[in-house]
Design a protein around this ligand. Structure first.
Ligand SMILES: [Zn+2]
Length: 288
């Protein structure tokens, strides 16, 4: 079977070091398997995502030498697809309407599926998904069996404010785009079994997963835009950044030279890429 991978950043800021690791990791793995690599912009969070960041991220990836096999897929241009997917799950009784507040859900699990007839749908409501038969374990390409701690009985698909949830859009698009392996950061391991339930309900073939090491900003916290991680291109030259990211992914950089330029570095990195050298343990960001 041919391989299709993807990099799916969220434009809530410019690329940071963690996103560079995911961009490079997903790129190298796809090239290693002689596959295709796609770029998907996950911009459904209308509070945090901005069009200007979408443009910047695409430009930044381009300037780092990454070449994608299709034009960027922008999620906000396809909302009707997610609405259709939600409708299909509602019709199958896998999804249901919910009027719980966020505070209430934190205290007691949502059981709105037992009182669908009583709900007043003229008032704000979300759509949730029943996580039947979720298993808290899955196979990771690098880490083997991974145990997760996610213990919710339901998952939001569409929020009361109309925002399509990440988990739904991500699975719908991975299926539509024919993604065969999801390579992403280890911050998403916990949600993986819930996403696998959605695959089943869409009668889609499961993808395989490879979770890359997390970039930490200190012993406990992952580097993220919420923690105001600096834009990666402000930290060093593009060539140095690529080499540092290769080192972060455990790759042999002894024959990779700064003066080859970004594309030259990426080509060399593809040639010498050794997937087994990626250590999945979290590591501190080298630019702290
Ligand atoms: Zn509810």
């Amino acid at each position: 079977m041919s391989y299709t991978g993807r990099f799916a950043p969220s434009p809530s800021g410019r690329l940071h070091y963690g996103s560079l690791i995911c961009a490079l990791g997903s790129y190298l793995v796809a090239k290693h398997f002689h596959g295709r690599i796609l770029l998907r912009i996950e911009d459904l969070d209308f509070y945090r995502c901005k069009k200007e960041y979408t443009t910047q991220i695409i430009e930044e990836l381009n300037s780092l030498g990454f070449e994608y096999d299709e034009p960027p897929y922008i999620q906000s241009e396809h909302t009707e697809v997610y609405e259709k997917a939600i409708k299909a799950l509602l019709e199958k009784n896998k999804a249901f309407y919910c009027d719980c507040t966020r505070a209430k859900i934190k205290e007691t699990p949502c059981t709105c599926y037992q009182r669908q007839q009583e709900l007043d749908l003229s008032k704000p409501h979300s759509v949730r998904y029943r996580l039947d038969g979720i298993e808290n374990i899955f196979d990771d390409f690098l880490q083997g069996k991974v145990k997760t701690t996610f213990n919710e009985n339901t998952l939001v698909l569409k929020r009361a404010d109309g925002m399509i949830a990440y988990n739904l859009a991500c699975v719908v698009d991975d299926i539509r785009q024919g993604v065969t392996q999801v390579v992403r950061g280890s911050d998403l391991t916990d949600i993986t079994p819930a996403q696998m339930c959605l695959y089943k309900d869409f009668k889609a073939k499961d993808v395989s997963y490879l979770h890359l090491p997390l970039v930490l900003e200190d012993e406990k916290h992952k580097l993220s835009k919420q923690n105001l991680a600096k834009p990666v291109l402000d930290l060093d030259t593009k060539e140095n950044l690529l080499i540092s990211a290769l080192e972060f992914l455990g790759q042999d950089i002894s024959r990779i030279y700064v003066n080859s330029g970004c594309k030259g570095i990426l080509n060399k990195a593809i040639e010498s890429f050794d997937i087994k050298r990626i250590n999945s343990l979290p590591k501190l960001c080298p630019y702290l």
